[in-house]
Design a protein around this ligand. Structure first.
Ligand SMILES: *[C@@H]1O[C@H](CO)[C@@H](O)[C@H](O)[C@H]1NC(C)=O
Ligand SMILES: *[C@@H]1O[C@H](CO)[C@@H](O)[C@H](O)[C@H]1NC(C)=O
Length: 440
């Protein structure tokens, strides 16, 4: 049976992050940490316009993303890592607003925040959160669960509500199963049911005081859709010798492309419809070049790659892929110089009205990505477009971008703000499943 309909390629990404704060098990630690001296941030001088602020925010987030990526692949080697640097940074920044002293300083440095002034930190996130408040394809939501009978400190509460657009809700963590159910239901709603049962009841208990969550969900269509009939089983090389046959999407279109000899790689930008978001794919030239590329990316700002993109006809091969990734981030934060928040010396005294000593007990991050083909109403129109392009006589020699071996991708906002990042290092072979139309 031949399918003649053109179908949309839909990309779905969803994930969230969760921070748990528990009462410190021991005495009220009285280690007095010096007050953070307000660092006159260098961004103040240059950044009087919102655009400059967002650019600086993005540059720092991109740096944080690459650091995180390096730690995650070391923690979970040979895995299709996918995570949201923005989500992780946002959630940790929410906790930062309640921190003081060394705990705050470590977070400012480790997260690469734009300032050590809570008002300025909150404002930098507000610009991004407000920009997507009404977006239909990207949803970002922040939430705070507070132990019943506990009250948030006024400044903390107002910064989270006004700047992080977060809502707070009281729950009884001693009824851990019920509390986990409440939280998981909210998460499910925010992620289009893609993430279920995120919080095990065992993580909650009578010492839990706060749970901070950032959920982010993205669902977008490509500007240039991949025609389904062009998807066929093709080889994805895992290394020089091994490979698997996977459903490979094919398309020849005008895209922004860059040759990156200094990285021994090439980059391609796949834009999403009705948005300023796109997926940047960075593909090593060699089948076994991923590790070396990862090394080089540590010292290459994202902007340095995107600045080199130019428009050209490109023959693209991209595998359909799905990945789910869950990680507990405590060791990663510690390796990035943020340890105090987990220790009995943590100081989050600006969170609650009651003078309790708090620390972070876990940071759970879960991400899901699905790059696949699904039917839409726009079928006929798409088919027409594809046929027309094929008949165009082009004198320009198309470039080849064959993502048929491990690659890195970054889903970013126009100004290089990385919302999601990941790598495809392995794929399941397309087993002889019934009704595989690609066999025609
Ligand atoms: C936290 O810092 C505040 C302000 O510096 C200080 O008054 C308080 O004693 C500290 N709490 C702990 C547990 O160290
Ligand atoms: C990038 O992050 C690292 C820490 O991961 C930090 O040492 C460095 O100063 C940052 N670079 C910039 C340009 O912000």
């Amino acid at each position: 049976m031949q399918r003649l309909l053109q179908l949309d390629v839909r990309v779905t990404l969803s994930l969230l992050l969760l921070l748990l704060l528990l009462q410190a098990p021991t005495q009220l630690a009285q280690h007095h940490s010096p007050n953070p001296s307000p660092i006159p941030s260098s961004s103040d001088a240059m950044a009087n316009t919102e655009a400059n602020n967002v650019a600086e925010f993005s540059r720092r987030l991109a740096n944080f993303s690459v650091s995180l990526y390096g730690k995650l692949i070391a923690l979970k080697p040979n895995t299709n890592v996918v995570f949201s640097p923005f989500s992780i940074q946002t959630c940790a920044a929410m906790a930062r607003l309640g921190a003081v002293g060394d705990t705050a300083d470590e977070l400012d440095r480790g997260l690469g925040l734009v300032s050590s002034d809570v008002g300025k930190i909150a404002e930098s996130f507000h610009q991004v959160l407000a920009a997507y408040e009404k977006s239909s394809i990207l949803r970002i939501a922040n939430k705070l669960y507070v132990m019943k009978d506990y009250e948030l400190a006024d400044e903390f509460n107002s910064l989270l509500a006004k700047q992080f657009l977060s809502t707070a809700e009281n729950v009884d963590f001693t009824l851990s199963a019920q509390a986990a159910g409440t939280i998981n239901k909210w998460v499910e709603q925010q992620t289009n049911s893609l993430i279920k049962d995120l919080v095990p009841a065992s993580l909650l208990g009578e010492r839990t005081r706060l749970v901070l969550i950032n959920a982010i969900h993205f669902k977008g269509n490509w500007v240039h859709q991949f025609p389904e009939h062009a998807t066929r089983n093709e080889r994805f090389h895992l290394n020089e010798v091994d490979g698997v046959d996977v459903p490979m999407m094919n398309l020849k279109e005008r895209f922004r492309y860059a040759n990156l000899p200094e990285l021994d790689a090439a980059a391609l930008e796949l834009p999403y419809k009705d948005s300023d978001l796109s997926m940047l794919i960075v593909l090593p030239n060699s089948k076994t070049g991923l590790a070396q590329l990862e090394q080089k990316l540590r010292t290459t700002p994202l902007a340095q790659i995107t600045d080199k993109l130019y428009s050209s006809q490109v023959v693209v091969k991209l595998p359909k892929f799905k990945a789910e990734f869950q990680v507990e981030l405590t060791p990663v934060f510690q390796q990035l110089g943020m340890s105090r928040l987990f220790s009995d010396n943590a100081n989050f005294s600006k969170m609650l009205k009651s003078p309790e000593s708090l620390k972070v007990s876990a940071i759970v991050h879960k991400a899901f990505i699905d790059v696949n083909e699904l039917g839409t109403e726009a079928a006929a129109a798409t088919a027409a477009v594809v046929r027309m392009k094929r008949s165009l006589i082009s004198l320009e020699q198309p470039l080849q971008f064959h993502a048929d071996h491990p690659f890195i991708y970054v889903l970013a906002h126009g100004q290089h703000l990385p919302l999601f990042m990941g790598a495809v290092v392995r794929l399941e072979g397309a087993a002889a499943r019934g009704e595989a139309h690609d066999e025609l």
